[in-house]
Ligand binder design. Structure first.
Ligand code: GLA
Length: 755
């Protein structure tokens, strides 16, 4: 592995990996957040047996100690090359209760010897042995990649630790490949990608994301105390309840733009786990990979299991800097077509307007209206296939409903294309309604334990994608769909979590392989589909934001963060979302008011400004709009197009967070080239004549001049039309924002050259 970039893309395009290393070196320079344009450097000192990874603002160091363990030595701010590390020596144990294996921070440790901290790997062998002790065997450095081979002290169990470091952000991608070279099968009961060791200390704070349907991505924080905190999904999918992302900083730091932050995210869309543990010697260890709950991967001789990727990085630019590094990394390295993923088109979606009641005439009418306001992509949501008139039937029958579309989808698609828009379609390929032709034909295709109930959620069951025949069927069905009609975009939905995850067609010991094989097949289908239809874009949706992670983002162009489209609630959801994920993939529709979510009434302008902080869409019933609504929408969509690149690719600064009951919130986006800055400001309700807080911008060039214009809303009368970056950052801007649920947006264009 010589490059951290999307390997699958390399495979599809048949471009050798080294080309990506060159691409990385040619990537545009980072702007104004301390990210140095740099190359990565991985070195091994054979005298001290120390590995050192340097890139951007980060250094990560580990060494081989006298027990042949890979001992973590340092991960944090970039150190000068002249700083040398002494050879690794295991730490003394604590009395007879905590042997050195527990007190010595290791990069990857198996459950064996006297290990009491969270293991990265745990295996049960056929003879009953469960002891596994890994030791260094060899290593290989290849450009920005490092692999270290470890082996058990006696058994032919090999583990290859893989590291790749991104030169531009210093983010490290880690994974482990476990290989069975013994003569019999064994069962892997826990397999993590990596353990990240923080500098020893007991003053850390953890931030993480929790949620549920229609309330995703709430930012939580807590001190890391002695003991263990587990973030996880046991649902077979990523889940909205926890998102596989973390950020750790020093407890009490209230400056969002300064201070050390260690952050990371798992790239896995199945059951996952991140365990954060402060052990007996105040060592904070962060381990993650497959969720060990109900895990049991049967590995035959000659086979290997690769863990998910676990990405992590460091910044001294506070939590804001951590988010910006992740955003940049996602755009430049994770997303399909990285480092140049296409900007998101302004999209219209029919779901909230028509529900299941779709037909040719109705969709054509909506399409015409959508095109008239500047929409660029028209998406027909649920209801177009099989006997899909409610959510009780039809899932699995991916053929066009002849009553609703007697002429097929062709005429609608042609109409949409003739209006200058691309066409998208909703699908939910991993699911089946028992009331469907598919289920009647293949009742054995669903996850189930024979003789036990099959729990339905939203009247649907989960197809067992781990089965080769189900995988083949899903792929060929979607391939057919995309071949029959000129479909440009799929909204790929997934509206329930697993239950009764049995796989009766394989021997009992192999059934739990479903946790891995299902997701690998899901990724495989996405990858093959993209290769066959390279111009088709895909959105990941799971009843809202239930499948958002760095795994699925390698194969999808955008994600749906929440079914909650209330523009005020969305301020909170979007705020949490952007802690981990770029606004460039964050779809946000403008929907009707009062909203179905909470009956709140908001102006169209407010709703637009809320959605314009991400990738703008419209999901309202345009048949109910007034001429004024159309005029407002047209104006705002046009404005959005002029700032879209800054919002989707720029550097995000959270000026005021909509957290902890804050009456206001404000975000700022600075384009990568620093020429355009966009500010959005929201007011929940004015109280007691207090003015809107002054906004102090960030990330500008102090000596450059910036010309201000109010896109929406008013600035106070004494605001200069043009001033220096220093002025906008230190003097700040006063907005005339008063009342309830008010919003404003400003742009600042940098005049050429610094003055
Ligand atoms: C899920 C999605 C919605 C919509 C419906 C259709 O809930 O999140 O956006 O597509 O399914 O059934």
């Amino acid at each position: 592995m010589s490059s951290i970039r999307n390997d699958s893309a390399a495979r599809c395009l048949r471009i050798p990996a080294f080309v990506f290393a060159i691409a990385i070196l040619c990537a545009p320079a980072a702007h104004a957040q301390g990210v140095q344009r740099s190359t990565a450097h991985i070195a091994y000192d054979s005298t001290t047996r120390i590995f050192r990874l340097d890139a951007a603002d980060t250094t990560c160091v580990f060494g081989i100690n006298e027990h042949q363990e890979i001992q973590s030595l340092y991960w944090g701010a970039r150190l000068p090359d002249s700083d040398r590390f002494a050879a690794a020596h295991s730490r003394p144990g604590l009395a007879s209760f905590d042997p050195p294996v527990d007190t010595t921070p290791q990069e990857y440790v198996a459950w064996g010897g006297g290990l009491y901290v969270e293991p990265d790997l745990k295996i049960t062998f056929p003879d009953g042995n469960r002891d596994l002790v890994l030791q260094y065997v060899s290593h290989r450095i290849n450009g920005n990649g490092l692999s270290i081979v470890m082996k058990d002290i006696s058994l032919d169990v090999y583990v290859e630790l893989q590291y790749a470091i991104d030169p531009e952000t210093g983010i490290i991608r880690r994974s482990a490949q476990i290989e069975n070279r013994t003569s019999g099968p064994f069962t892997i009961e826990q397999a993590f990608a990596a353990t990240w060791n923080l500098p020893r200390g007991n003053d850390y704070r953890l931030r993480y994301l929790t949620g549920r349907w229609a309330a995703e991505d709430t930012v939580q924080q807590q001190r890391i105390e002695p003991g263990k905190i587990v973030l996880e999904s046991r649902r077979g999918t990523t889940g909205a309840q926890n998102n596989p992302w973390f950020a750790v900083d020093r407890d009490g730091n209230s400056d969002p733009e300064h201070g050390s932050v260690w952050f990371g995210a798992l790239g896995w869309s199945g059951s996952w786990e991140i365990a954060l543990e402060q052990n007996q010697v105040q060592q904070v260890r962060i381990s993650g990979g497959f969720n060990s709950f109900d895990f049991g991967y049967l590995l035959a001789p000659g086979q290997s299991l690769e863990t998910p990727y676990f990405y992590a990085g460091y910044t001294d630019q506070g939590i804001g800097g951590a988010s910006r590094l992740l955003h940049r990394f996602e755009i430049d390295f994770i997303l399909p077509h990285a480092p140049h993923p296409a900007l998101r088109p302004v999209l219209y979606n029919s779901w909230e307007a028509t529900g299941f009641d779709v037909n040719e005439a109705g969709q054509m009418q909506l399409a015409e209206k959508a095109a008239s306001i500047g929409v660029e992509r028209f998406v027909m949501d649920d209801g177009w296939f099989g006997e899909r008139n409610t959510d009780h039937a039809g899932l699995g029958d991916w053929f066009v409903n002849p009553q609703k579309f007697p002429r097929g989808l062709g005429p609608l698609i042609d109409k949409v294309h003739s209006l200058g828009m691309s066409f998208g379609l909703w699908v939910e390929p991993e699911m089946v309604n028992p009331d469907s032709e598919l289920y009647r034909k293949h009742p054995d295709w669903v996850l189930n334990f024979p003789g036990r109930p099959r729990s339905e959620e939203r009247n649907q069951l989960v197809l067992n994608l781990a089965r080769p025949d189900v995988r083949a069927w899903v792929l060929s069905t979607l391939d057919q769909l995309l071949s029959d009609d000129k479909i440009d975009f799929l909204k790929w939905d997934y509206n329930r979590n697993w239950s009764e995850p049995g796989w009766p067609q394989v021997p009992p010991g192999q059934e739990k392989n479903v946790y891995v094989d299902f997701i690998r097949n899901y990724y495989g289908i996405l990858q093959e589909l993209r290769a066959k239809h390279p111009n088709v874009e895909i959105e990941s949706c799971s009843g809202g934001g239930g499948r958002v992670d760095l795994g699925v983002m390698r194969y999808t162009d955008e994600v749906w963060p929440s079914d909650n489209t209330d523009a005020y609630d969305r301020l909170h959801i979007q705020n949490g979302f952007t802690y981990a994920y770029t606004p460039g993939v964050m779809m946000a529709w403008v929907t009707d008011s009062p909203t179905w979510v909470n009956n709140r009434t908001l102006s169209l302008q407010y709703r637009f400004l809320s959605s314009m902080q991400g990738s703008l869409g419209v999901g309202a019933n345009l048949n109910k709009w007034t001429p004024e609504d159309f005029a407002t929408a047209k104006r705002m969509i046009e404005q959005y197009k002029s700032i879209r690149e800054t919002v989707q690719r720029g550097l995000l600064y959270r000026l005021i967070e909509p957290a902890n009951g804050s009456e206001q919130s404000a975000t700022e986006y600075v384009s990568r080239d620093g020429k355009q800055t966009v500010v959005f400001a929201f007011l929940h309700s004015s109280t007691e004549l207090y003015p809107y807080p002054r906004l102090f911008l960030r990330g500008l060039e102090p000596n450059a001049q910036y010309r201000l214009s109010a896109m929406d809303g008013k600035v106070s009368g004494d605001t200069p039309a043009e001033a220096s970056g220093a002025w906008w950052m230190h003097h700040g801007i006063d907005l005339d924002l008063i009342g309830d649920f008010q919003a404003a947006a400003l742009t600042l264009e940098r005049s050429t050259g610094d003055r």
